[in-house]
Design a protein around this ligand. Structure first.
Ligand SMILES: O=P(O)(O)OC[C@H]1O[C@H](OP(=O)(O)OP(=O)(O)O)[C@H](O)[C@@H]1O
Ligand SMILES: O=c1cc[nH]c(=O)[nH]1
Ligand SMILES: [Mg+2]
Length: 214
């Protein structure tokens, strides 16, 4: 598991703005900070990928370079994932893209547990590719698990990464147990989930803050 805020950096500043109830009123800034967190996580993730030696022609000669060995697919859960997805795409600009419409829907019992509703999925062939699942909030982890298994019908990736800005300890444990083959890339791990399965202290509802209440 990689934790972006383990060492102090500008990421702390972006994350603090994302959490701040007053700064959150500026939706454009909220979306841009999500995008910036995506950019930073994508850059860190890129350091673990395999590159092959390459050459590039400059006006004055030939320079050694490196190029990515395997194609990347960025897969994002609507709605809240969209700004963070753009951040990843700013870094992996030639990636293919998958989009999934999923949300925490109606309650299924008196413990207020919810069903993850999934009503849209589109993806390129994933066979042998690097799959990066993007969703800013990793709460129970059930949206991520459901989406991952639904995506496997498009092929088996060579490796799968999961990127979130804020996770709960419960969500991290859930995914480490249920999807141990996936590597986690996180901005921060917070204290806990509350009774409504929101991350505390978290930042609130990321989809609503980016796009308005639904
Ligand atoms: O880990 P989980 O407990 O599954 O919760 C996380 C999910 O909840 C949020 O989506 P939400 O249902 O709020 O939809 P939205 O993006 O449309 O607001 C978030 O963006 C994740 O997709
Ligand atoms: O804390 C949470 C949990 C799920 N989705 C959010 O947007 N926030
Ligand atoms: Mg939401």
């Amino acid at each position: 598991m990689f934790l972006l805020t383990q060492k102090p950096s500008i990421a702390d500043h972006y994350l603090a703005e994302l959490r701040d109830v007053n700064i959150q009123k500026d939706r454009m800034r909220f979306r841009r900070n999500m995008e910036r967190m995506g950019e930073l996580l994508a850059y860190e993730l890129s350091k673990t990928l395999t590159f092959r030696p390459a050459k590039v022609e400059t006006p004055l000669g030939t320079a050694p370079s490196r190029s990515l060995l395997q194609p990347i697919v960025l897969a994002t859960i609507l709605r809240a994932g969209v700004p963070m997805h753009q951040g990843f795409l700013n870094i992996f600009d030639s990636a293919d893209n998958a989009f999934i419409g999923a949300y925490r829907g109606h309650h299924i019992n008196e413990e207020e547990e919810f069903e993850v509703e999934m009503d849209y999925i589109t993806s390129p062939d994933l066979t042998g590719k690097i799959l990066i699942l993007i969703d800013p909030m990793l709460a129970t982890g059930r949206s991520m698990e459901k989406v991952y298994h639904a995506l496997l019908r498009f092929g088996i990736p060579s490796q799968t990464h999961i990127a979130s800005v804020i996770a709960s300890p419960e969500g991290v444990e859930f995914l480490q147990n249920r999807m141990p083959q996936c590597r986690l890339w996180l901005g921060a791990v917070d204290q806990k989930l509350n009774e409504q399965y929101y991350i505390v202290p978290g930042l609130g509802d990321a989809g609503d803050l980016a796009y308005g209440e639904k």
